[in-house]
Design a protein around this ligand. Structure first.
Ligand SMILES: Nc1ncnc2c1ncn2[C@@H]1O[C@H](COP(=O)(O)OP(=O)(O)OP(=O)(O)O)[C@@H](O)[C@H]1O
Length: 225
């Protein structure tokens, strides 16, 4: 599904990684952890082509990212749902329209999609908040809305960057449960988090592998987390 082969990435002259290799197979669940600034967001952005490696290769769904033209990259990205760390809503649009945005941008007929949209909003428990504006939402509501928007086009893979940042333990469990449900539906899931308690809680519910990034290297973490 996604493969990094000897990937290097530098911001300007600052080398963040020089030789990262990884493989996420279809239907797998991975956590990505590591200290702040280690490169979790960067690695997620490399996964869906928002950044291209400065060395090595990233292959997504068997396609080499560096070889795709703009249209091919756009098609590929549709198969990946991204939950951004900062959620990124349009503040003057009601929640429902924010969640529907990937559908409207992709030219779907909203009258036909309405039932799916309602079902999805109900799945994340936000039916009663559908008309609220993003600034009126709590942190947990924003994170659930961001997850709903990320999966509205039925992606094969979900990349979630700190999806439980700024929420309490109960809400982080709820979000984790939604991600596990998506994985049980067959989606490949990668969750970047610094929250080791969340990873421990997940391990009793899903077969998850933990990747740890630190000192410019990526390792598979042991059972001692
Ligand atoms: N656009 C950019 N230009 C220059 N440096 C950047 C840029 N984006 C990130 N960095 C730097 O790259 C390093 C890794 O950043 P990144 O956001 O990937 O880390 P992270 O592990 O996700 O951090 P956090 O846990 O704090 O979100 C940091 O030192 C950061 O300052």
């Amino acid at each position: 599904m996604i493969e990094f082969e000897n990937v290097a990435y530098s911001y300007g002259g600052d080398k963040l990684f020089s030789d990262v290799s990884l493989r996420l197979s279809p239907g797998s669940f991975h956590f990505l952890t590591g200290p702040s600034g280690a490169g979790k967001t960067t690695l997620i952005r490399l996964c869906y082509g928002a950044l291209l490696p400065t060395g090595g290769q990233v292959r997504l769904f068997d396609c080499e990212m560096g070889e795709l033209d703009r249209d091919q990259l756009a098609l590929m990205r549709r198969r990946v749902g991204v939950v951004h760390q900062d959620c990124r809503f349009i503040d003057h649009l009601p929640l429902l329209d924010n969640i529907a945005l990937p559908l409207t941008v992709s030219g779907f007929d909203m009258t036909q999609e309405r039932a799916n949209l309602d079902e999805l909003i109900s799945w994340v428990g936000l039916s009663e908040r559908a008309g609220a504006l993003p600034p009126e939402l709590s942190g947990g509501e924003r994170q659930r809305a961001a997850l709903a928007r990320a999966v509205i086009l039925s992606p094969d893979m979900i990349l979630a960057d700190e999806p439980t940042g700024n929420v309490d333990w109960e809400m982080s469990q709820r979000l984790l449960h939604l991600l596990i449900e998506l994985n049980r539906m067959g989606k490949t899931v990668l969750v970047a988090t610094h929250d080791l308690a969340l990873i421990r809680a997940a391990k009793s519910q899903v077969q998850a592998r933990v990747l740890r990034i630190s000192n410019r290297e990526l390792h598979l973490a042991g059972a001692d987390l």
